[in-house]
Structures are given as C-alpha cells and as structure tokens.
Ligand binder design. Structure first.
Ligand code: HAM
Length: 463
C-alpha cells in the first residue's frame, strides 16, 4: 500500500514504534525512597480556584438559557445499573465496548459510573410517569460523566457535561430549538462556533444504507484499522465515526446516508435547516456524521469551534440529535425525543485558547471595595462590617490575616478597587470608618451605621 500523505506516514511510524510500558498509578506515586504520595487518577483532574471565573460564567449562561427556553432542572444519579447504558448506547460503540467504568456493587449488581446523561434521564422519564404530564417535557442537567478513554488534550476520564433533553414532540422546531440553545451558549460565552448537521433517518432507511456501506468498506479492508475491520460486521455505522487517520481517508469516499432517506425523513431534515436559516445559525451539512451512540434517529448534529483552523484537528464541543425510539426501547410508551449535551472542560479550553490567540481579556471577578484594618479590635469590627455588608450587593475584598496597612493597600491596588475602607483603633472607638478614594487619594470619615448606604451611593447601586 502506498502511503498517501504525511498523516498516514505518521500513523504508520507510531504503530511500529516499540511500546513503552507505562508506569502504574502506584509506581508513579512512590518516590525513589519508597514514600507514598498522592495524585489524581489518570484522566481525572482538579478544577482549581483560578479557573472558577470560567465555570461560573458558563453556569450563569446555562442557567439563563434554561430559563429563557423553559427547561427545568433534573438530576439523576451518577451511579446506574450498567445494562441501562448497554441497552441505550448500544454494543459495538466505543463507549459501551471500551469506556464504561463498570463494577459489581456489594450486592452483586453490575453498576456503572454514567458515561453520559441521556440514558438516566430517559429512565427517570419512564420511571416517574412523566408522559402523563403536559408535553413536551423539557429538562436540563449538569454534572460529571465518566469514560475510560485514552486521556489526551480535551479527552478526560471524568468530565462534566451540561445536557438538554425534550420529550413528547416530533416537530422539527424542537430540533432547531435545541441547536439554537447550544449555539447561544457559545455565542454568550464569546466563542464562535459552527454546527455540523446530518440526518440518519429511521432504522429501516439505515438498514438499506448499511448494506451499501458494508459493501463499500469490504473493498477497503486493507486500508482501515483493526477496530474498523470488526465494525464491518458488528456495527457498520460506527465505521463513520472512527477517529483513526487512515480511516478518515476511507470515509471520504463512503456512500452518504441522505441518499437513502424517504421523503418524510428528508422533509423533517429540510424543515430543521429552514429554521436554522431563519435564525442565522451557521451550519455545515456533514453527510458522514452519524454520532458515536446508537440511539439516534433523524437529525444528528455536533458543535465545533469556528476559528478558521483545519477542522479535522478539532474535537466536537457538543453534540446531540433525535432519539425517537429510545423511550419505547427502554420500556416506556412510544415518545419522540431530542436532546444535546455540551462538554464543559472542552468548551472552556477552546474558549481560553481563542481568547489567548486573539488577546481578548476574560472579565475577572473583582471586588468593588477593599477593607483594610489595623489592630486586634479593628479586626473584630471589620469582620462585623463584612458580615453586615454581605447582602448589600457590594463585593468586598479583604485579608483579615494581614496586620500591616501597607500590605493591605497593595492588595487593594492589585484588586483595582475604587475605594478602600480603613478601620483603625481610633475608628473603632468613634464608631466610624475612613473611606479612601483610590484615584484622588481623598479620604472621608463616615459613621459605621451609614456605611452601607454611603457605599451603595458611591458605587451607583442605589436607584
Ligand atoms: P457525546 O457526543 O458523547 O454525546 O458527548 C457530548 C460532549 O461531551 C462531547 O461533544 C464532548 O464535548 C464531551 N465529551 C465526550 N467525551 C469526553 C471526554 N472523554 N472528555 C471530555 N469531554 C468529553 C452525549 O453524551 C449524548 N448524551 C448527547 C445527547 C443528549 N444526545 C441526545 N441528548
């Protein structure tokens, strides 16, 4: 076989390179002197306080979107029966075959750390008789998911998703609404994105298409990875979402599912696209997009950063689609459904990269004022003042562990506050504080009882 391009050559070199034995977690966490240390497990990570402003903003946007588009919060357990995911996501998918954290509970039940949110929500929809409620039912969730994937940039073993699911409507407007929520999420975050979209029709339509796909891949057996060779007979649709470089090339010549859709399915898809046109949501038709989970029917979509880079190199920030048959397959009444989920680590990483490249500053969560104190008595009064101002809407910066005024003024400077409240021995005795305007250097003495109103006025927080 001739290797067509650089990527194929690289993949080949990688494949023949001798495999280095990786250290176990235990080995990595033992010093040369045999002392035990601790670190996160492979693929797991801490979210540190310095990243909080990104997470806070993300949550704030999601909360607002859920309210605007009338989704109610649902929380399902992180631990579920393993077969829930096997049945919904399907055998032959990477998630079920390779990535689930499955173990036996103490009573022998096979349980699993959820790899995604949809299956649990479907279980909750059925188990709580939600079909009796006025339809459509629209819910959202936010939480950790677990996939024992090979960790690399943007791919973790524990990651967080926000997801939106809608039950009870066949209408294409529902598909468009979910895509709009996903698109708005990134727009509000400040990251340009584009939607990749396709329709995979009904199982009957797919059956005919699969036969054609299998015929095509049989002629390309020599050029695809070992996993894909298995997929030809096990789960042919999964051939189209293989991430291996050599398989990407083969995929380009594969037959396209849209050619096997009947008029009704085509019509549904066209309507979704018309809504997106009307809303000016940028999208790209992606005829080989099938998604890595088995439960989808009709519309499928993924969201990618639209930052003018080579698309093949990027991972999806989110994805979803219709799953009209899943509720009945899981034992519920036939109920059409549609949903999507966004990977939060990946989205925040993509946003940070975009901001850095374009030298855009992400707003810092800064205090409005700083409180500095001098002496033990002043420290006691300061804590009381901080507590009293807690509900005033004034954000106070402080460090009550510091004793020196100079140190505290440096902190106030670094926080770029407009005013500093100073409490010293004399102010404690007089029941006052000093308010210093950091720009002009002007100081005034204010009665502690009038402090809240005075600050609100100064900071424009009074109507
Ligand atoms: P998914 O495409 O498997 O869909 O995951 C959605 C998003 O989760 C991905 O686009 C990605 O951003 C993030 N994600 C997935 N795996 C990882 C990982 N190992 N590390 C970091 N981020 C990851 C679902 O999960 C479906 N439940 C979406 C859905 C909802 N479909 C219908 N309703």
């Amino acid at each position: 076989m001739r290797m067509k391009n650089k990527n194929t050559k690289l993949a080949f070199k990688k494949a023949i390179r001798p495999v280095k034995k990786e250290k176990t977690h235990e080995e990595k966490n033992t010093t040369e002197k045999g002392k035990k240390t601790y670190s996160t497990l492979r693929g797991m990570h801490d979210i540190l306080p310095r990243e909080e402003r990104f997470w806070k903003k993300t949550y704030h946007i999601v909360d607002g979107l859920a309210e605007n588009f009338q989704f109610n919060r649902i929380e399902t357990p992180i631990l579920e029966e393993a077969s829930l995911f096997v049945r919904s996501i399907g055998r032959g998918t990477d998630v079920v075959d390779k990535e689930m954290y499955v173990f036996e509970d103490r009573d022998g039940t096979k349980v699993c750390l959820r790899p995604e949110g949809t299956a649990g929500v479907v279980r909750a929809f059925i188990g709580n008789g939600m079909w009796n409620l006025p339809q459509p039912i629209k819910v959202w969730y936010w939480g950790p998911m677990f996939r024992h994937d090979r960790p690399q940039a943007g791919r973790y073993r524990e990651f967080r998703q926000v997801g939106f699911e809608t039950f009870g409507s066949h209408e294409p407007v529902i598909d468009a609404e979910l895509i709009l929520v996903a698109y708005n999420f990134f727009k509000d975050l400040g990251l340009p994105t584009i939607i990749h979209i396709n329709s995979i029709g009904t199982p009957e339509e797919r059956q005919k298409y699969k036969t054609e796909l299998v015929n095509y891949y049989r002629t390309k057996r020599a050029y695809i990875c070992e996993d894909c060779k298995q997929r030809i007979s096990r789960n042919p649709l999964r051939l189209l979402d293989c991430k291996e470089t050599q398989c990407q090339e083969v995929k380009e010549g594969a037959p396209q599912i849209v050619d096997w859709l009947n008029p009704e399915s085509k019509n549904h898809f066209i309507k979704v696209l018309e809504y997106l046109d009307e809303l000016n949501v940028p999208y790209k038709l992606d005829p080989t997009l099938v998604r890595g989970l088995d439960y989808y029917t009709h519309t499928v979509f993924e969201i990618y950063p639209d930052i003018g880079e080579e698309e093949g190199a990027q991972s999806a920030l989110g994805g979803g689609g219709r799953y009209d048959l899943l509720v009945s397959e899981m034992g519920g009444r036939p109920t059409p459904a549609c949903g999507m989920a966004i990977g939060l680590e990946r989205s925040i990483a993509a946003l940070r990269e975009y901001l850095e490249k374009n030298k855009i500053e992400f707003p810092k969560d800064r205090p409005n004022i700083f409180l500095a104190q001098l002496g033990e008595e002043a420290r006691r009064v300061s804590l009381k003042i901080i507590n009293q101002l807690r509900t005033s809407g004034v954000k106070i910066g402080f460090n009550l562990c510091k004793g020196s005024l100079k140190n505290q003024m440096e902190l106030a400077d670094a926080a770029k506050v407009q005013y500093v409240i100073i409490v010293g021995q004399k102010e404690v005795q007089d029941g006052t504080v000093i308010i210093r305007d950091m720009e002009s250097g002007v100081q005034e003495i204010v009665d502690q009882r009038k402090l809240e109103n005075m600050l609100k006025r100064k900071l424009g927080k009074v109507d």
